[in-house]
Design a binder for this molecule. Structure first.
Ligand code: GLC
Length: 426
């Protein structure tokens, strides 16, 4: 993965915040998306009977999109098809869709895409390569797997039942659905998942990547297109050492991807702000997941958190959107970002400073310092240092300047950021 995306895809690395939506029939009973039958917690037939209860009765895609705007999200990613194989659009490749099989009876993707486009939010579609409902899916094993191993029947054939011709039929089905997604919805981003049960050669990932590039050049593709994506996809935890190229952290707002009514373990607005700052400071994006109910409504606890995150992001927009990764570890005890012209450094303060915050190892002179949002000035004092060796920059921040969630100090530098990483005198 290269460090910078080509210009047509730069909206992604500039955008910083996306909303992830796991919405499907699993919301009817409030069970884990797809995994609940795969892991044997719910019989397959019981799981699929949720089709009859999926109504999307109160779904208002424009209300979703308005909420995403208020959340400060620049893109959204909806589960077009999860591992259970149920498509949210009117696929012609098989009959397993909410359009044909549920009381919702509508093409949810078409409406979602239209609502996002009306607000200039970039359109992302999640698509699971694997399909635990498709009859031709569990027909081959990953290369090298012991043929006597009795794997999960949804993903592996029984001993002696390998059938490469049926696997080819599955790949043709996969291609047909992918073609529909590209042609009908022209997504800005394809968010693949479910690649782990087969090797890249078996999936023919190189062909899939070439197909997307030819059919809709400029589509951003995540890394779960083994070996071919535009960016890495760490999940549920901010990497302490940020990955080198573009990346995106996907994170549940509580502990579940989809709607599970017993899960009230929501991250607080302050915790979410912290994750966003840590992520963006490391050069990544945050893809924050919500799990709407089967009727299409988003829980107030989840909507409220999106709103609060968005209000903070709006107050601190300059430190987020369009910035690049900040200082390497050691210069400042917290995340930081750098403006695109590399002349303004943004320092994120989670804690109340004990009189001052300090940044060190920056050669530039600080022209001015201010607290973003309140736009109040900060007194900056250079202490120590000698010649080429910078000392410490003390930044005096008073309590009344602090943001309740996280404060950001903007330092306007006298030129492009110039770091001191050496040490003198061995
Ligand atoms: C995990 C979950 C899956 C979810 C995905 C999102 O792999 O098992 O259900 O869709 O994360 O990245």
């Amino acid at each position: 993965m290269s460090d910078q995306l080509p210009a047509a895809k730069r909206w992604f690395t500039d955008g910083k915040l996306g909303v992830f939506i796991h919405w499907g029939i699993y919301a009817v009973d409030g069970v884990a998306e797809s995994w609940s039958f795969f892991d044997g917690r719910v019989p397959y037939d019981t799981y699929m009977a949720q089709l009859d209860g999926f109504g999307a009765e109160h779904w208002d895609p424009d209300a979703w999109a308005d909420l995403f705007v208020r959340a400060g999200a620049r893109y959204a990613v909806l589960t077009a098809k999860h591992h259970d194989g149920v498509a949210l659009w009117d696929t012609q490749a098989n009959d397993l869709s909410v359009v044909k099989r549920t009381p919702a009876g509508r093409d949810l993707l078409a409406e979602y895409v239209a609502a996002l486009r009306r607000r200039d939010i970039k359109v992302g579609l999640y698509y699971s390569h694997l399909d635990w409902s498709h009859p031709d899916y569990a027909t081959i094993r990953p290369a090298g797997q012991d043929p006597d191993e009795r794997g999960n029947p949804y993903s592996m054939p029984a001993t002696g039942d390998e059938d490469p011709a049926r696997w080819d039929a599955f790949l043709a089905f996969h291609r047909a659905q992918l073609t529909e997604l590209l042609d009908l919805f022209a997504p800005d981003l394809l968010w693949f998942d479910g690649e782990w049960e087969r090797g890249a050669d078996q999936w023919r990932m190189a062909e899939i990547a070439a197909f997307i590039e030819e059919r809709r050049p400029g589509t951003v593709v995540n890394g779960r297109l083994t070996g071919h994506g535009d960016y890495a996809t760490p999940e549920q935890g901010v990497p302490v050492e940020p990955p080198p190229g573009p990346w995106e952290l996907c994170l549940t707002i509580n502990d579940s991807w989809g709607y599970q009514p017993q899960d009230d373990h929501h991250k607080s607005p302050r915790q979410l702000v912290r994750v966003l700052a840590e992520t963006v400071g490391g050069g990544g994006n945050l893809l924050l997941d919500v799990g709407p109910r089967a009727d299409g409504t988003i829980l107030p606890e989840q909507a409220d958190r999106l709103e609060k995150l968005g209000a903070w992001a709006a107050r601190h927009a300059a430190a987020l959107y369009g910035t690049g990764r900040g200082l390497p570890h050691g210069h400042f005890y917290g995340p930081s970002t750098l403006s695109a012209d590399r002349r303004t450094l943004y320092l994120f303060l989670f804690d109340r400073p004990n009189e001052y915050a300090v940044v060190r190892g920056v050669r530039n002179a600080v022209r001015s310092a201010r607290v973003l949002g309140s736009d109040t000035p900060v007194r900056a004092e250079r202490v120590g240092g000698l010649g080429d060796v910078p000392g410490w920059e003390y930044l005096y921040v008073s309590d009344d300047q602090l943001d309740p969630l996280c404060s950001v100090i903007a330092l306007d530098l006298d030129g492009e950021l110039d770091l001191y990483r050496e040490h003198t005198r061995d």
